[in-house]
Design a protein. Structure first.
Length: 259
């Protein structure tokens, strides 16, 4: 059973790369919702989609292993903050440093031939990556039950061909570890495509983390190891509400998308 919510755009005066907390009770954490734009379904949220034990701790540990630190995520990693960088990068932050319009990434200059943002832990998996080829058996064994079920459910509501994609409907997966995302939009995704978001946690104390669809005034309670969100994240800004640092350490988010 779904309840229906009409999408109402209300662009907030907040910059990408900022952290916010949106709090309202429009979404019940025990109900399922379809999101409508006019009469067209554009996404859905299922509060308790995954059964108990679907994501056991061994599986989550496997998914969270070997996630590197990266400095190229820009808006999602927040405004430039030297406390979030390797010390070796501090030398490049001074009064002459120039930034992108949101102050979330530096701009190349004669002293530093590359741009960078704050450190966060994330890893992209796609069919072209050597890592996928090398670990194909592990990836298939670990992710296939998840891929099979979310593809089957999504195709019940959307007519989407998989085009021989690695993850069925989707061709990329990004795993984020211990990341509270700042306000951003998934602008590198293929236009007019859906993303799939699942939030996992190794810490039983993190029952729920909250994803705010910033300009829609919607807060989605993503229950750890339970909830499923299918939504065009390439079209709408989003961010995580506050998560206690101790609980954030064991949190992993999986985002399947098309690029």
């Amino acid at each position: 059973m779904f309840e229906f919510i009409e999408i109402e755009q209300n662009t907030l005066d907040i910059e990408n790369g900022s952290y916010i907390n949106i709090d309202n009770d429009k979404i019940d954490s025990n109900k399922n919702y379809m999101f409508l734009k006019g009469s067209i379904v554009i996404g859905f949220y299922m509060a308790n989609y995954f059964e108990d034990g679907f994501f056991n701790k061994d599986m989550i540990n496997l998914l969270s292993k070997n996630i590197p630190t990266t400095q190229n995520r820009a808006d999602i990693s927040g405004k430039i903050d030297t406390s979030k960088m390797y010390k070796s990068y501090h030398q490049y932050i001074n009064e002459n440093t120039k930034y992108n319009k949101n102050n979330t990434r530096t701009i190349k200059n004669k002293d530093c031939k590359y741009s960078f943002s704050n450190n966060i832990k994330s890893k992209v998996i796609n069919k072209d990556k050597k890592e996928y080829i090398k670990k194909k058996e592990y990836i298939d064994r670990t992710l296939q039950p998840l891929i099979k079920t979310i593809n089957k459910t999504t195709r019940q509501y959307f007519d989407i061909k998989d085009n021989d994609n690695i993850f069925g409907i989707w061709n990329h997966l990004i795993l984020n570890k211990a990341v509270r995302s700042a306000v951003h939009i998934d602008s590198n995704n293929k236009p007019d495509t859906l993303s799939c978001l699942v939030s996992l946690s190794l810490d039983d104390k993190l029952d729920t983390s909250y994803l705010s669809l910033v300009d829609l005034d919607l807060v989605l309670p993503m229950k750890s190891n339970k909830s499923l969100l299918i939504f065009p994240l390439c079209e709408y800004r989003h961010a995580n509400n506050h998560i206690d640092e101790d609980l954030l350490k064991g949190r992993i988010s999986l985002v399947f998308y098309v690029k």
